[in-house]
Design a protein around this ligand. Structure first.
Ligand code: ZN
Length: 197
């Protein structure tokens, strides 16, 4: 599934990156594997569906994430920031991965997240050295659904770490579905203060 043009342009605009191969934001690597819908597209959609499945466990804050290694899901998580402010879906999934697979193999893992990782989560990916990061809804779009956000695109975090980190990044995967998820969540939160994910 290719990213929507709108989400891609939004991402590029925010990140200040120039035009690239559609669907791919790869600050410091050749825009190769991740974005070619012909090969990776179906797999990306399949694993993003699993992240969406996780997201359904928190209807108000549907930030779901999975870590995939060699075609296997080795980490799952959903936002649990009500329990601990650092428990974003990606962080919970990362912890789950370590528990199941140990603290290694990161370069060969792909993180699938229903939303573009925030600066905290993307920084965690930097420190781990996660090879690929794939998301659905952009940070910009999250803002439009009433969620306060740190306005630093994932690509910018990766770029700032470029001397030692060169991930493949892809936004907008199944964004039609994830955007709808966050819009629904906004309705569910109507009587509540928005708050961070
Ligand atoms: Zn986060």
């Amino acid at each position: 599934m290719r990213p929507t043009r709108r989400s891609l342009l939004g991402l590029l605009g925010t990140a200040g990156l120039g035009p690239s191969v559609p669907g791919v934001v790869a600050p410091h690597s050749t825009p190769a594997a991740v974005g070619s819908a012909a090969d990776g597209g179906a797999a990306h959609a399949r694993f993003m569906s699993l992240a969406i499945e996780e997201a359904h466990r928190n209807a108000r804050y549907p930030f779901g994430a999975v870590f995939v290694h060699s075609g296997r899901v080795l980490g799952r998580g959903v936002n649990a920031s009500a329990e601990n402010p650092s428990y974003h879906g990606e962080m919970v999934a990362m912890t789950d991965y370590v528990r199941r697979a140990g603290n290694h193999g990161w370069a060969a893992t792909t993180l699938y997240s229903t939303a573009e990782p925030c600066a905290m989560c993307m920084s965690a990916c930097v420190w781990a050295g996660v090879g690929q990061v794939v998301w659905g809804t952009s940070i910009e779009e999250l803002g439009r659904t009433g969620l306060v956000q740190i306005a630093i695109p994932a690509a910018e975090v990766a770029r700032a770490a470029s001397p030692f980190y060169s991930p493949e990044l892809l936004g907008g995967v199944l964004a039609g579905t994830t955007d709808a998820l966050f819009r629904r969540a906004q309705l569910l939160r109507t009587d509540r203060t928005g708050g961070a994910p």
